[in-house]
Ligand binder design. Structure first.
Ligand SMILES: [Zn+2]
Length: 338
């Protein structure tokens, strides 16, 4: 079953066998695209109390295939014994229906539906799937009280970026972020981190705020259809994920000099009406800089301008429903690690 996990998920087939044992671990199929792997006690390098709990998700946007292929190859190597599992691992393929059709989503962008936001919309596949992922993820992290709890939500961007790999960290009231997570991001060759300044409907905010995990959304390059990805672009993240699975949090995130540039959100470009228009071409890359006073967008009587000496744009997209985010503006900042 494990070697067919991706194929079964794409076909939305229930496997004949839903649990079993493989090389040193027990596995359990929890739902379509949801697989739990736990080291068998006799073969684990650590006691159960010190084991880490790592959730890795991909395909929350169905057309972001490269991270899905990465997880598939990691699973394959765990199954063959080429890779050793030393953490509790939850693998999630977020949106199987959209993955099947090669679309970002079917009705609603699922990464806006977590933390109960799914109740705000008419019932559809994505609202149901977000609720299901919430309950699977919550149960995974609630089972144990010891060990590090991490959730990495893997994405690829729909546009080019001046930072090829970057992390978006969900809002934290304490404003103190995990040093281990930043060290691990450095090892994955992540170039920038964006600190969100408010709660949101993302999967990583849900796992961070409601499940007590250290979470981030990782943007890893550009999206391509299945089989057309140049996986060599993803070597660093692949190695970093394998390290994490094999060694756990503490030994896979050894301190190095941090080169990660840190940004925080300073303003949101909200689409208020159908009159909303960005004042720059659609082809503008993520992390393009704008100077103070420049007009970013207009929307009827509202004009969005750069307020700080310099601001960088992230995820500009005028093609959203009124009331939703059409882009974020960032400023550089420092991060407090603990
Ligand atoms: Zn995405």
């Amino acid at each position: 079953m494990i070697q067919d996990f991706l194929a079964l998920t794409l076909e939305q087939q229930i496997p004949e066998q839903c649990e079993g044992k493989s090389n040193g671990f027990a596995w359990k199929w929890l739902a379509h695209g949801a697989l739990l792997l736990e080291p068998l006690e006799q073969s684990a390098n650590r006691s159960q109390e010190s084991q880490d709990h790592i959730a890795i998700s991909a395909g929350v946007h169905g057309n972001e295939t490269a991270p899905i292929e990465l997880l598939d190859s990691i699973l394959c190597d765990l199954n063959s014994g080429a890779l050793t599992l030393n953490v509790r691992l939850l693998l999630l393929l977020g949106n199987p229906q959209a993955m099947q059709t090669g679309e970002r989503y079917q009705q609603i962008d699922m990464n806006r539906l977590f933390s109960g936001q799914h109740t705000q919309y008419d019932d559809c596949y994505e609202t149901q799937r977000a609720a299901q992922l919430e309950s699977i993820t919550h149960a995974f992290f609630a089972t144990f009280t010891t060990g590090y709890k991490w959730h990495l939500d893997l994405h690829t961007a729909i546009r080019g970026s001046h930072h090829e790999r970057f992390a978006v960290l969900p809002f934290q009231e304490s404003a103190i972020f995990s040093r281990h997570l930043f060290d691990w991001l450095e090892s994955a060759d992540v170039e920038a981190a964006v600190l969100n300044q408010a709660p949101s409907g993302t999967f990583s905010y849900f796992s961070s705020h409601h499940c007590g995990a250290n979470s981030c959304t990782l943007e890893l390059g550009e999206a391509k259809p299945f089989g057309q990805n140049d996986l060599t672009q993803f070597t660093h993240i692949d190695l970093a994920l394998r390290n994490l699975i094999e060694k756990g949090v503490q030994d896979s995130s050894t301190a190095t000099d941090s080169h990660i540039l840190v940004y925080q959100v300073t303003q949101q470009l909200t689409k208020l009406s159908e009159d909303f228009a960005l004042n720059f071409p659609d082809s503008v890359k993520n992390f393009t800089a704008f100077e103070q006073g420049e007009v970013l967008a207009t929307d009827g009587d509202t004009t969005y301008k750069v307020e700080h000496p310099k601001e960088w744009v992230l995820f500009p997209n005028a093609n959203v429903r009124p009331g939703l985010r059409a882009g974020l503006m960032l400023v550089r900042t420092e991060v407090e690690l603990g």
